[in-house]
Design a protein around this ligand. Sequence first.
Ligand SMILES: [Zn+2]
Length: 373
Amino acid sequence: MLVQATIRLNVPPSRELIDTMVEFSKATQFAYNYAVKNKIRSWKILHQKTYRKIRAFSKLPSQLSCKAIKYALETKKGCRNRKVNFSKELSIRYDHRSYSFDFSGICSLSTIYGRIRQTLYVPEYYLRTYRNWEIRSATLSKSGKHLSLNITVTRNVDVAAHTSNNKVIGIDLGINNLATTSEKQFFKGVKDKLANFQRLKSRLQSKGTASARRHLKKLSGRQTRFMRSINHEISKLIVSRANAGDIIVLEDLYGIRDKSKGRALNRLISNWAFYQLKNFIEYKTLRKGAIFISIPSHHSSKTCSRCNETYTKRPKNAGFFKCLNCGYSCNADLNASLNLRGRTNVLRNVLGLLVNQPIVAEDYISLAASPCF
Ligand SMILES: [Zn+2]
């Protein structure tokens, strides 16, 4: 299975690069506007119609002009013909014909002044982890005064076949505990910290001055980085328990919205944070040669993980699940994660499955609908 990761390197800003970014954005804007106006969907047609014009008015080299047209069409698909101003966020897409990079840090980028060579600092961690990965396309982007090169790297991972010796780890996501695993790992929520961010945010919003808006922007950047680092930390610790061939099973995220519905907390941890956590867990799992599954979480918090009794309302008691049928009692989130783990066991047993590829949720749904489940 092809696993993909992105490494982000700082690039010293230079006039050559910034001028090229400006030209790239002009070319993209031209191609985008043309595609929207003439309702063009095919890259071939857009290329035929705009390539010569772009080469005529901009100084972009041929490969970058092609990339700009491709990027314009990709954006059009994503933005559904809305107005887009490409000069707001400058970036350039590079592929193997317009840039090169190796892990000694030597990087060569195509610009309107010809190729420039730079030696970039490559952090130790990237060297350790990605040295043998294949280098694919890259995006140079500008944020404030800083330039960064985001390089996509890929590797073929042999996902080991799952055998009865392998274990399954279930993960429940939530607000009080951001994540709870069937390995009895608990990752506490960060309510207080997020509530602080929220308070500060609403104060700044009500002010509404230019300076308040500036601070607001800074603040939201800080919050994003805070959640990102927490998500990295949690996913790392969870996946560190898994070996090749193990299964990590996560609830799909439709459940999260219900869990937090109607609560003020809903705002605090927005869905993107959970999606990010899920993505981090997924790619780290695959990187290890383990198997990642996401399944519906129906009743996972209302079912007893020991006797399978399902309640219409969770018999709960201060974060504890207490089963009225068999008397089993344990932490409510842990109980949910054990249920997720148990469902995968059923999946394995019923199908006699030695999983060697990710199971899509549909498989599970059709299984759940069958009477033997
Ligand atoms: Zn029970």
